[in-house]
Design a binder for this molecule. Structure first.
Ligand SMILES: Cc1cc2nc3c(=O)[nH]c(=O)nc-3n(C[C@H](O)[C@H](O)[C@H](O)COP(=O)(O)OP(=O)(O)OC[C@H]3O[C@@H](n4cnc5c(N)ncnc54)[C@H](O)[C@@H]3O)c2cc1C
Length: 471
């Protein structure tokens, strides 16, 4: 659908003609995100505001013309959230990319949503501070996308996820009005906790235009360890053993056998034969504290049955381990061209059952499967590796995905630890949420966005929506 001339003129007046993209080739580049297999959805226009007033004017116009509006950061989302599945406009935050303030006295920063996470981390580190949230897409993803997905990462085991660092938000609501929630203080209980509602709302309740984020003093030292296990369940059980021993590493990541095979071709780790899974652990703190924790982790890993435990001897060696971890997602393309990438999360004590159960499901469905992820917080990335042209395999993969979600819920976990629901997991939300909980969430959406302007068609299962979810 093309843009009606009067509306186009109005958008150009608000943003300047150069910031209203209409060329089909440009629209195509904003039509997809990082969700494997999700159909492309070119919007009618891509809008590039540079301040909150422009965002408010655009959202107000969307409301008056009943036009769907999808906020978009870097498009690294894994559940199809940034795609304009109902047409309308994509509002890109790429020009809202300023770090407005780093407040050394109050340990906080004020940022616009289009700031790339890595740039933010570097700016903060230059001041001797630390923003620990570290989704592995950090070189591209934006703070706005992190807020909208409540992103986590390896360090969530010790430092938590995005929500834990949000003190205040400015957002443009669905009627085009600007609202501010939270306070620039470490605590505030004035009214409902709207921060928790907006964070993780996937762009369906408001367009976040500014955030005040909490910072920490930077740890003086870090240590990275690699522990090799001959069974996957052994590696999973070692996570609980570590926490029970009173050690909370900054990160406990794992790679199973199939993941190791894929990554070995790209970033070889030089593992001994017979390794079924590895844990990559990071400890941080003062130098003596790092030394103490690293020693304690070594002992716990050995007692848990690790066949080898190594402490990275240098920063370069540690970075090599993390590079291998980050290369994992793309390197799985060596096994199969396409993957159904799920991010279930279970309580720590159920991890051994979860990893064994996922592999049993894949074997029974006769599909290849590689698991890795943030084992320290119970988050397992289950990748079912498929060939889209093989209809039989795709059908079996779909069954394996459903069985994986059922397993996560049966173990007391959740169908998504960090990627959100978007369109990819819509059909499965009811496995986890009861009808009353779902109705309460729909009521929130209806109250804040009665015209269904903001990212419509996402999160909730919809029978009659234009697009059939990608699986
Ligand atoms: C290789 C790779 C590794 C990843 N690793 C992790 C990981 O370790 N942990 C993790 O949590 N995720 C991970 N992800 C997923 C993804 O990077 C995160 O969800 C990230 O937060 C998305 O940021 P983005 O800027 O790309 O957002 P986008 O993909 O552009 O958007 C995501 C959602 O946020 C909404 N949105 C964006 N900006 C705003 C705004 N200003 N206001 C309101 N809504 C907005 C969009 O509408 C959409 O629904 C990974 C992805 C890839 C490709």
């Amino acid at each position: 659908m093309t843009l009606e001339r009067g509306v186009r003129g109005e958008l150009q007046r608000i943003l300047g003609a150069a910031n209203v993209l209409l060329d089909p080739a440009q629209l195509l580049t904003y039509s997809y995100d990082a969700t494997p297999g999700a159909p492309r959805c070119p919007p009618e226009a891509v809008l590039l505001p540079e301040d909150t007033a422009q965002v408010a004017a655009v959202v107000g116009l969307a409301a008056r013309t009943r036009t769907p509006l999808v906020a978009r950061g870097a498009g690294t989302g894994m559940t199809g959230g940034a795609r304009a599945i109902r047409g309308g406009w994509v509002l890109s935050t790429q020009r809202l990319n300023r770090i407005l303030r780093i407040d050394l006295d109050n340990l906080q920063a004020v940022v616009q949503p289009g700031v790339v996470l890595k740039h933010f981390q570097e700016a903060v580190e230059d001041q001797g501070l630390f923003y620990p949230v570290d989704p592995q897409s950090l070189e591209a993803c934006t703070l706005g996308g992190n807020l909208a997905e409540n992103a986590g990462g390896p360090r969530a085991v010790k430092y938590g996820v995005t929500r834990q660092y949000v003190l205040a938000l400015e957002a443009v609501l669905a009627d085009g009005e600007i609202a501010r929630f939270g306070a620039r203080t470490l605590k505030s209980v004035a009214g409902y906790d709207m921060l928790s509602l907006l964070v993780g709302s996937e762009g369906t309740l408001g367009v976040i235009t500014e955030a005040t984020l909490r910072l920490l003093p930077a740890p003086a030292a870090r240590g990275t360890l690699l522990a090799c296990f001959e069974t996957l369940e052994g590696a999973a059980a070692a996570v609980g053993a570590t926490l029970r021993a009173g050690i909370v590493p900054a990160a406990i990541e794992f790679l199973d056998h199939a993941s190791l095979g894929a990554v070995e071709a790209v970033e070889p780790l030089g593992l001994p034969p017979g390794v079924a899974a590895v844990l990559v652990l990071e400890v941080d703190g003062s130098a003596p504290e790092v030394e103490r924790q690293a020693g304690a982790v070594r002992a716990v890993m050995a007692a848990a049955g690790a066949s080898r435990v190594e402490l990275a001897a240098s920063e370069a060696e540690a970075e090599r381990l993390w590079r291998a971890r980050r290369a994992l997602g793309p390197s799985l393309a060596r096994i199969a061209p396409h993957k159904l990438n799920e991010d279930i999360v279970v309580p720590i004590v159920r991890l051994p059952e979860a990893v064994a159960g996922v592999h049993r499901i894949a074997t029974e469905a006769r599909v290849a499967c590689a698991c890795f992820g943030h084992l320290g917080d119970g988050n397992i990335h289950v990748n079912i590796l498929v060939h889209p042209e093989d209809a039989g395999e795709m059908a079996r993969a779909g069954q394996a995905v459903r069985a994986t979600f059922e397993l996560a819920v049966a173990l007391g976990g959740s169908i998504s630890g960090e990627h959100g629901i978007g369109t990819a997991k819509q059909p499965f939300l009811g496995l986890e949420l009861g009808p009353r909980a779902m109705a309460a969430m729909r009521a929130v959406k209806a109250a804040l966005d009665p015209l269904d302007i903001l990212n419509p068609g996402k999160i909730f299962p919809v029978q009659d929506q234009a697009e059939v979810p990608p699986r």
